[in-house]
Design a binder for this molecule. Structure first.
Ligand code: PMV
Length: 314
């Protein structure tokens, strides 16, 4: 087999607090999930193609429609570097579940960008890479907050407010979580569109819900910086309650959340777009196994244990 000319990879992500409200200018907290990764490698070829093995998709970049996310990413990187399309076969693999709230689209874009930069032996700042991915994210849904591209590119927990530089913040103690997949796909575009219509119908109610989410996110940041991690549990439950009031939970999510709490999780909530996809549960070394067992029994199709690791504020 020909060895790759270059490689790139990027992690999945979870939103700990503030999804949806973040689209309306409120703060959110997100963290990378390194247990799942999107990878791209580059092989020599005669034309520039992108091949997504898991998705059974292949596009020739020069002939792809304007709304093809892979081709757009390749074109954006070439444009930013002022290079012509290279004769490369860019092969993507990913174990990040799709349409499940784990940021698979942004991670694939980031992996493509990184592999291309390595292939060209060129550099772009994280800020530029994140901005390019944001352009692709707009294809997935029209009004992305930018949180997905930011967290997968920076690769560390971020305090994120739309339109601002992400603020790294200190994580004082490890935060052990289980991520459990309902198995019900939930395209972000639909959930985000429904929230927009509901906000247009009832702006006062929705603005108040978003403000309440923002307040929880601020409290959560202080807790994470102090390291009193179990105090995040009630904040996760309160955030979930507000998301449910926005119409974003589902019977499958409710079942997993109840199962996790019943088995001793300190808190649980949906993560990402909602309606399906993944939920997260805050556990300890003592409760992790029992909670995982209960999630499986309640129908979780996949459980990913992850720990957000202590990090300084820089
Ligand atoms: O479903 P995901 O992982 O793409 O998360 C979407 C997060 C939202 O807040 C619902 C949308 C956004 O653009 O921030």
């Amino acid at each position: 087999m020909t060895s790759p000319l270059a490689r790139g990879e990027a992690p999945g992500k979870i939103i700990l607090f503030g999804e949806h409200a973040v689209v309306y200018g409120r703060p959110a907290i997100a963290a990378p999930v390194t247990q799942v990764q999107a990878r791209a490698h580059i092989l020599p070829a005669s034309t520039c193609t992108v091949e997504a093995i898991d998705l059974h998709q292949q596009v020739e970049v020069a002939r792809a429609p304007a709304d093809d996310p892979f081709a757009l990413m390749v074109n954006l990187v070439c444009h930013a570097l002022q290079r012509p399309l290279p004769p490369w076969r860019i092969v993507i693999t990913s174990d990040i579940p799709i349409a499940a709230g784990l940021g698979s689209g942004a991670a694939i874009s980031a992996a493509i960008a990184r592999a291309m930069l390595a292939g060209f032996n060129a550099r772009l700042t994280d800020e530029t890479i994140s901005a390019l991915i944001y352009e692709v994210e707009k294809l997935h849904h029209g009004t992305p907050s930018g949180i997905d591209n930011t967290v997968v590119v920076y690769g560390r927990p971020v305090w994120f407010v739309r339109g601002r530089e992400p603020e790294p913040f200190a994580v004082a103690r490890p935060i052990p979580l289980l991520i459990a997949d309902t198995g019900a796909p939930s395209p972000t575009k639909i959930a985000v569109g429904d929230v927009r219509r509901a906000w247009e119908r009832e702006p006062v109610r929705f603005e108040a819900l978003f403000d309440a989410v923002a307040d929880i996110a601020r409290q959560a940041r202080a807790v994470i910086e102090e390291g009193t991690i179990l105090a995040l549990g009630p904040l996760m439950n309160a955030n979930q309650e507000l998301l449910a009031r926005m119409g974003l939970s589902s019977p499958e999510l409710d079942r997993l959340i109840q199962a996790a709490l019943g088995a001793g999780a300190a808190g649980a909530k949906l993560s990402g777009a909602g309606r399906g996809g993944n939920m997260i549960a805050l556990v300890t070394e003592e409760t992790a196994e029992e909670v995982a067992e209960a999630l499986r029994a309640a129908g979780a199709v996949r459980i990913i244990p992850t720990t957000i690791l202590p990090a300084p504020a820089t």
